[in-house]
Design a protein around this ligand. Structure first.
Ligand SMILES: *Cc1c(COP(=O)(O)O)cnc(C)c1O
Length: 434
C-alpha cells in the first residue's frame, strides 16, 4: 500500500468511468456519490481506486474508519469471528462478543453509575431506539432537537434532522411530536452559552412544554450541520434543565464519539454526563454496528422483547468493535486526536490569515472544520467549497463538505494519518482557495 497520494490517470480513471456506467444502469439514482472514483483497497489514511490512484482520505467514510482503513487487529478479529460464528440472532440465541461490547461501552461512556447497552445496525436505528426507550421510560411522547441537527434518514430521524435537501425533500409525511429549537452557533449568534441555552429552553418550554418531552437529543459537536461547537456552558445548561424536568438527555455521539476528538466521547469535553449515549460510525472499524448505552434503569424500561432486530449486534461486527476498543486502549490512540489538532489547527489558521473567505476554524481533535463565507457580505460560499472538494480529489485528496448551507469543509481523518499526510493535504487545499 502506498503512503502518499499518487495520481496516475485522469480523475475519474478509465476503470472508474466504466464502473460508473454500470452503476448508473443498476443503482438507484437516490444513492448518489460525491466522488465517482471506485475504491479497490485502503489502509491507514490512504485509499486506492480501481485505476491505482492513491488518495489521502480526510473523511474516513464520514468518521467510520477512525483507527484506519483495514486496521490489522480489526481485520484479524473479524476474520477469526467469521470462521467461528457469523450469525446467532441475539434475541434468540446470544453470544459473547455482544456482551463484551456492551461492557466496553458501559466502561468508556461518561458517568459512574450502572449502565446497560443495546446494539443495532446503524446510527439512525440507534437514534430510533434511544427515542423508543426514553418514551417508554418517561411515558411521554415529545422529542426535542436543535437547529442544524442531523440524526439520520429513517422516518423518525428524518423528522429530527434539520436540513430539507437532500435528506427530507418529498419523503414526508414525517413522524410527529418533534420539537425543534435554536442551537448555539457562536460564529453567527454571538450568544454566550448561558444566553443560547436560555433561548433553546424558552423555545422548548413554549412550543412543547417541558412536561411533554420524553427526551432532548443533541450532538455535542454537530456533524453534518458543520462541526458547530456550542458556546461554553450551553450543553451543561441544557442537561441541567432536562434533569430538573425529567427529560432524558441523549447525546448523539454517532460522529463525535469513539476517540474522534481525543476523548472516548466528545461529551467529556463539555463536562456532560448524558443519560443515554448513541454510538455508531467509528465503533467497529468499518463494520456496521451501532449502540444505545446509558443509565440501567432507563435502558431497562422496555418490556422484554420490545427491542431487537435480526442483524443487530452481529457477531463479526462485535468482534471488530472489541478490537477497536482494545486498539484505542493498548496503542494510546486517545492521544492522536490532540496530535492531529496540534498539527492541523495551526495550518488551518495560517490559511485563514491569507484567505479571508475562511470565516472560522473550529472543532476538537480529529474533528475540525473551516467555514467559508464571503468576507464582505457574509454570504455562505458553497460554490467555493464544492470547487475545492472536486479540485482536491483530482489531486489525490478526499475531503468532505458539511453545513446547512454547504459552506463547510470538514477534516475527519483517521487517527492513523501522519503529520506529513495532513500537511500535504492542507497544501493542496491552500492552493485551491481563492
Ligand atoms: C451519521 C449520523 C447518524 C446516522 O447514522 P447512520 O448510520 O447513517 O444511520 C446520526 N447522527 C449523527 C450525528 C450522524 O453523524
Amino acid at each position: 500500500m502506498p503512503t502518499e497520494r499518487r495520481i496516475v490517470t485522469e480523475i475519474p480513471g478509465p476503470r472508474s468511468v466504466e464502473l460508473h456506467a454500470r452503476r448508473l444502469a443498476a443503482v438507484s439514482a437516490g444513492a448518489s456519490s460525491a466522488v465517482p472514483v471506485y475504491l479497490a483497497r485502503g489502509h491507514g489514511a490512504i485509499v486506492v481506486d480501481v485505476d491505482d490512484n492513491a488518495y489521502i482520505d480526510l473523511g474516513s467514510g464520514i468518521g467510520v474508519t477512525t483507527i484506519g482503513h483495514t486496521d490489522d487487529d480489526v481485520v484479524a478479529a473479524a476474520q477469526e469471528q467469521l470462521a467461528d460464528l457469523v450469525h446467532g440472532m441475539f434475541t434468540i440465541t446470544p453470544y459473547e462478543p455482544y456482551v463484551r461490547v456492551a461492557e466496553l461501552l458501559a466502561a468508556h461512556t461518561p458517568g459512574d453509575f450502572a449502565k446497560k447497552a443495546l446494539l443495532v445496525n446503524s446510527g439512525a436505528e440507534a437514534v430510533e431506539n434511544g427515542v423508543k426507550i426514553a418514551r417508554k421510560h418517561t411515558g411521554r411522547q415529545g422529542v426535542a432537537v436543535i437547529d442544524h441537527a442531523y440524526h439520520g434518514r429513517t422516518n423518525l430521524t428524518m423528522a429530527m434532522t434539520f436540513k430539507n435537501m437532500p435528506y427530507r425533500d418529498g419523503f414526508g409525511p414525517f413522524a410527529s411530536e418533534i420539537y425543534r429549537a435554536p442551537n448555539s452557533y457562536p460564529l453567527h449568534d454571538g450568544l454566550s452559552g448561558a444566553e443560547a441555552a436560555a433561548r433553546t429552553i424558552a423555545y422548548l418550554d413554549k412550543s412543547a412544554g417541558a412536561a411533554n418531552l420524553a427526551c432532548l437529543v443533541v450532538e455535542p459537536i454537530q456533524g453534518e450541520g458543520g462541526f458547530v461547537v456550542p458556546a461554553d456552558g450551553y450543553l451543561p445548561a441544557l442537561q441541567e434543565w432536562c434533569t430538573a424536568n425529567g427529560i432524558v438527555f441523549i447525546a448523539d455521539e454517532i460522529q463525535s464519539g469513539m476517540a474522534r476528538t481525543g476523548r472516548w466521547f466528545a461529551s467529556e469535553h463539555f463536562g456532560l454526563v448524558p443519560d443515554l449515549v448513541l454510538s455508531a460510525k467509528g465503533i467497529a472499524g468499518g463494520l456496521p454496528l451501532a449502540a444505545v448505552v446509558g443509565r440501567a434503569e432507563i435502558m431497562d424500561a422496555s418490556h422484554p422483547g420490545g427491542l431487537g432486530g435480526t442483524f443487530g449486534g452481529n457477531p463479526v461486527a462485535c468482534a471488530a468493535s472489541v478490537a477497536v476498543f482494545e486498539a484505542i486502549e493498548s496503542r494510546g490512540l486517545l492521544a492522536e486526536g490532540a496530535r492531529i489538532e496540534a498539527t492541523l489547527r495551526p495550518a488551518l489558521e495560517r490559511m485563514r490569515a491569507t484567505h479571508p473567505v475562511i470565516a472560522d476554524v473550529r472543532g476538537i481533535g480529529a474533528m475540525l472544520a473551516i467555514e467559508l463565507n464571503d468576507p464582505l457580505s457574509g454570504e455562505p460560499r458553497a460554490d467555493v467549497v464544492a470547487a475545492i472538494a472536486a479540485g482536491a480529489a483530482n489531486q489525490g485528496v478526499l475531503l468532505l463538505t458539511a453545513g446547512t448551507y454547504g459552506n463547510v469543509i470538514r477534516f475527519l481523518p483517521s487517527l492513523a494519518i501522519t503529520d506529513e499526510q495532513l500537511l500535504d493535504a492542507v497544501s493542496v487545499i491552500d492552493a485551491l482557495l481563492p
